[in-house]
Design a protein around this ligand. Structure first.
Ligand SMILES: Cc1ncc(COP(=O)(O)O)c(C=O)c1O
Length: 441
């Protein structure tokens, strides 16, 4: 296949006529419960460019929600997938094993924080990994309660809906939800003004008085919250929670499904504060778009489970595992953690400059290639979700895929592929900021 130039190009309006035809077919065939932010039907991708069915070349600033960190259709990943697919596609690891599964487990045991003995189990989706981390923690501790946080997002299955904070669209009228899930206040520096130590003391006090530390199997937290609004807790919050959990035999689970695999400028976001989780859940960036997820952590916890207690038909599928091994090699060989830090510097510089002249930007926050701006009504902290929505829509019209998020829907987040070229990143960002300037005026 010929290479795709890393340039934005509009051949039609976005979405164009062929996408609109496909949208009509989609509406007749696909559940209305599954929606798309930008209904341009994609036919190809490369690096940070997605090509739609009308020939528009779109700049991807979202990576399919933090998945294609190595870029779309990275040749090394594509080759690994093709080669594995030609050998065999499935055995079910629970029926007959294969080396690729073991190699992914070895890589995760090595790459995740901490030098202690670890073990890994593989699954299909992030939600499934989170569910299994809770299963492990409950079995290993003999306790049932799970602590989660305001603004958390952990998935859409029944247990993970209970773990997720936001009602619309994730939970509304889908209950009843799984029991024994307790929500504590998160550190949200823009809105609570607390130091990390103060916010941790507040959360711990809440859990001790309303749940009881001895009842808690697990404390589950995203080191930087993703869907909840790219909320970076104040420094010291995560380490304080981790040491409190350790002191009370509570399994500290870091959900690094969105933050993992070089996204924040380190292999895992916990590393920025030296936190070593007992268990870590990963997915998204792990396999460049193939469905794969994992729970990795203390071997004593992971091996407390009886044989057959963990698994699933497709978990650790050989093609997905081959993709993960190739993606991890790309991250190492192409220095993607460093690239994420460089992207972060560009994002921070341009977004901070915009914030200094636009009172609608209450805060620029994030780490590495996971950065966001929170939008408010000028002079207040009142969220402005309509503004975020307008910017995303204008970006789409101009061929830039941008994402919003947040409990209040008022956060614009940037998650470009870590291989994005500097001019394309700057162009995408300039389009987003001029859309914001116009919408906010
Ligand atoms: C932090 C976090 N946990 C869990 C999930 C759920 O992952 P999946 O959509 O693969 O089930 C997500 C997805 O956005 C996530 O960001």
């Amino acid at each position: 296949m010929e290479t795709i130039e890393q340039k934005r190009h509009l051949a039609t309006t976005v979405p164009g006529p062929r996408s609109l035809e496909l949208t009509a077919r989609r509406e007749a065939a696909v559940s209305a419960g599954v929606s798309s932010g930008l209904p341009a039907f994609i036919v190809r991708g490369s690096g940070a460019i997605l090509v739609d069915v009308d020939g528009n070349h779109l700049v991807d600033l979202g990576s399919g929600i933090a998945v294609t960190s190595v870029g779309h259709a990275h040749p090394a990943v594509t080759e690994a997938i093709a080669e594995q697919a030609a050998r065999f596609n499935h055995t079910c690891f629970m029926v007959t094993p294969y080396e690729q599964y073991v190699a992914v487990a070895e890589a995760l045991n090595e790459l995740t924080p901490g030098t202690h003995a670890k073990a890994t189990a593989l699954f299909n989706s992030g939600a499934e990994a989170v569910e299994n981390a809770i299963k492990v923690a409950r079995l290993a501790t003999g306790r049932s309660a799970v602590a989660v946080f305001d603004h958390a997002y952990h998935g859409r299955t029944n247990l993970t809906m209970a773990l997720t904070a936001k009602n619309m669209p994730y939970k509304d009228r889908f209950g009843p939800f799984a029991p024994e899930v307790y929500r504590a206040p998160m550190s949200y520096p823009l809105r609570d003004g607390l130091s990390g130590a103060e916010a941790a003391a507040r959360a711990i006090n809440h859990l001790e008085t309303q749940v009881g530390a001895h009842n808690l199997a697990a404390l589950l937290i995203e080191p930087i919250q993703g869907e909840g609004g790219f909320i970076v807790p104040a420094e010291g919050f995560l380490p304080a929670l981790a040491s409190w959990a350790e002191a009370h035999g509570i399994v500290f689970i870091a959900d690094e499904i969105q933050t993992g695999f070089c996204r924040t400028g380190a292999w895992f976001a916990c590393e920025h504060e030296g936190v070593v989780p007992d268990l870590i859940t990963t997915a998204k960036g792990i396999a460049a778009g193939m469905p794969l997820a994992a729970v990795t952590g203390r071997r004593d916890l992971m091996n407390a489970v009886h044989p057959g207690g963990l698994g699933g038909t497709y978990g650790g599928n050989p093609v997905a595992a081959a993709a993960a091994l190739a993606a991890i090699a790309v991250m190492r060989d192409e220095g993607l953690a460093e690239r994420a830090r460089a992207i972060g510097s560009t994002l921070e510089r341009k977004l901070s400059m915009a914030a200094s002249e636009m009172p609608a930007i209450a805060e620029v926050r994030g780490r590495g290639a996971m950065m966001a701006i929170e939008l408010v009504r000028p002079g207040t902290l009142e969220p402005d979700p309509a503004l975020a929505k307008a910017v995303v829509a204008t970006c789409a019209e101009h061929g830039v895929i941008a994402l919003s998020c947040g409990t209040y829907g008022n956060v614009l987040r940037l998650l470009p592929p870590l291989v994005i070229e500097q001019p394309l990143l700057e162009e995408g960002l300039d389009i987003l900021l001029s859309a914001l300037r116009i919408a906010a005026s």
